[in-house]
Design a protein around this ligand. Sequence first.
Ligand code: G6P
Length: 613
Amino acid sequence: MCGIVGYLGEQEAFPIIIKGLKRLEYRGYDSAGIALMNGSLSVYKKQGKVSDLEEFMGDANVKSTVGIGHTRWATHGEPNDTNAHPHFSADRKLVMIHNGIIENYAVLKQKLILRGHEFISDTDTEVFIHFIEQIQIDNQCELEEAVRIALTEVIGAYAIIVISAENPKQLIAARKSSPLVIGVGRNSQEFFLASDATPIIEYTQDVVYLNDHEIAVIKPNSLQIKDIGNKPTTPYVTHLEMELESIEKGGFDSFMLKEIHEQPNSVHDCMRGRLNAETGHLQLGGINKYLEHLLNSQRIIMLGCGTSWHAGLVAEYIFEELARIPVEVEYASEFRYRNPIVHAKDSFIAISQSGETADTLAAIELAKKEGGTIFGVCNVVGSSIARTTHEGAYTHAGPEIGVASTKAFTAQVTVLTMMALMIGRKRGNISDTQFSELLYELETIPAKIEKILQLNDHIKDIASEMQHAENALYLGRGYNFPVALEGALKLKEISYIHAEGYPAAEMKHGPIALIDEAMPVLFIAIKDNSYEKIVSNIQEVKARKGRVIAIVTEGDDLIPKMADYVIEVPATYDVLTPLLTVIPFQLLSYHIAIMRGCNVDQPRNLAKSVTVE
Ligand code: G6P
């Protein structure tokens, strides 16, 4: 987490950095800071959002063509002005911004204190820059060499940029396990650095993704990259296809609302060129070399965190139904600390919107070490997970900026459904008719999502009834049990209402004790193979005076007589229902959060991309 930005060139650095930080605020927003090189090093930092920093800076002299900026999600040290980045060395000639965690910072700090260093913040980053400074003194070397030596000794994750007052036309950057992209502008005369490409694409679409253990030395007209063993590498320039409007709000009040409404398009984009019901075509271009391995898997293990883990749970049901391969779904953070039993015929599917989640990355590394074959399902093109997996399929949902994941989830489920269908077909588990019917039905999903989005006003009315709740219970079965978990997560993360998701049948083993007049109970009660059972569960809740909000299939005339509120979704095959039933929950959470005065794009304490453990 934390977002970092840097600029070196001929333009004014300040507006580029501030705008870049605002684009990266989804990564953390508890404090922000900036360092500009204008004769000497000027550093400004402030607790709060980037706009608070701007206000704090007032009409400070910001003339400069070299600078760096940081927006923070606190790890070491509470969010305050002092702990905000950038951090100075002892002689105040070096400054650093850092995204990541230095795990051995306490040991390094003790050693530096014995050498006379004093620290003003509680951060690991301040230790990191003092450490570089001390190495430079001890070795009487250039800054880039001191950075290189330091990197051989620090343990942990980092994307850093360092500036030195003694070398004002130079930025030194490095990464390990935290992302860093370098934009190459106008005839390679200017360089933009950022945690992802969103602050860069306005200026250039040519980027270099720094790899783990690489150091970049950036000067006017020059980008040099070497690894921490001092071996030079040739920068590999990738041309991005990202459009600027895809990272702007486009008339919506928030990114989250925009992204919810983008789903008919994003689900469609995800299938584009891959699926054609008319011709019976279904192919995921990114899964080729290891396709045979996937088809012959004796087990598939899904890895992910948060919403991506929920997509994995949905996929468990879908894969077992269509592909007939046993599936396990693991929290990446749990898997990475287990002593997993991996068979040569296992396949792993790592699911991640950002492609940068530290736990998922670490779980992949472990699975690889144990001999597993890993497929990635990522949204961010060129991200670390996309590059570290053996093969994979992008979700093509476009940038997701709202912290609460919406369109990434439906795109993940769409890709995973296509994968399961492809495997099932090739393994002979699905008949021609079933395959063709499912392809045709998948093509109708975007229009069906559009129809649900038109229920916005009705959902807003329900939100108004629910807005003062302190707890909520989400219940579903089968394919829609994970949707209940996802619905509860959406409510928790943006409205701060405590919510739990449960398989509906488990209600009687505990949660039923919580039900009273004040407790909204949200059911996914569509006409699938567990419909009758869900109807009984609704009756059990009503008998205890719970308030029932039910997502039902269009035309259902039974549940509307029992429930307090219903939201209708179009009928589809059971296996595809999660793509529809999740939409009302996204809108409901959005409206409740807005009614409670919450910032839906930047909920407290959360970050979009969790690049620390
Ligand atoms: C954070 C985000 C969630 C996301 C999770 C996993 O917690 O706030 O929205 O689901 O990380 O992120 P990933 O990028 O790996 O999908």
